[in-house]
Structure formats: structure tokens, C-alpha cells
Design a protein around this ligand. Structure first.
Ligand code: ISJ
Length: 100
């Protein structure tokens, strides 16, 4: 018979697993836009990196972290990883276009 603490730990872990699944789903959706973004940038003659947009995203992250009372440095690391990943996918699209 599990104790109440074991049961509560199990409940929390179940919820964390649900959240992690949602996070991966959102990361997939976010990254899924990269090819279309790259195609649009290619037709516009724009670069993969948009520094102003990245600055705006980081500022939004800082604001959201304050609103949610969470450590900003960790959230910024995560967002920057996602941005780099998005740019990698875009760059792959550009390489494919250039190779044709
Ligand atoms: C997605 C874009 O391309 C790059 C990646 C970004 C991101 O992952 O949020 C933001 C700006 C760009 O450096 C974009 O230009 O919007």
C-alpha cells in the first residue's frame, strides 16, 4: 500500500509528463513553420537571422518570466535554443534551394 506522499509524488509526476508532452507538441509546431518562413524569406531576399525579432522575443520572455515569477535566465536559454534550432531548419531549406 503506497503512502500518501508516494501517491502525491505519482500525481505530480503524471502532471509533469503531461506538460512535457505539451511542450514537445508546441516545439514541433513552432519548428514546423521554419520551412515556410525560409521560403518566404527566400522570395523576399531576407536573411535567416532577424536580430530585431530575436530581441523582441527575448524581451517578451523577460516580461512573461516576471509575470509568472520564474527565473528568466533559464527561460531565455530555452528560447535561444529554440531560435537556433529554427534557424538551422531554415538554413537547411536554403541549402536545398541553392543546390537546385
Ligand atoms: C522565425 C524567424 O527566423 C529566425 C528565428 C526566430 C525564432 O525562432 O523565433 C526569430 C527570428 C529569426 O532570427 C523569423 O524571422 O521570424
Amino acid at each position: 500500500m503506497s503512502s500518501s506522499s508516494e501517491k502525491r509524488l505519482e500525481e505530480i509526476r503524471k502532471r509533469i509528463s503531461e506538460i512535457d508532452e505539451q511542450l514537445i507538441t508546441l516545439i514541433a509546431e513552432r519548428t514546423g513553420f521554419a520551412p515556410e518562413i525560409a521560403s518566404l524569406k527566400n522570395s523576399l531576399g531576407a536573411s535567416v537571422t532577424d536580430s530585431k525579432r530575436e530581441q523582441d522575443i527575448c524581451e517578451q520572455t523577460r516580461i512573461l518570466c516576471e509575470e509568472h515569477c520564474i527565473e528568466c535566465s533559464v527561460a531565455l536559454k530555452i528560447i535561444k535554443i529554440l531560435m537556433e534550432y529554427n534557424k538551422e531548419v531554415q538554413a537547411e531549406f536554403f541549402r536545398k534551394v541553392d543546390s537546385k
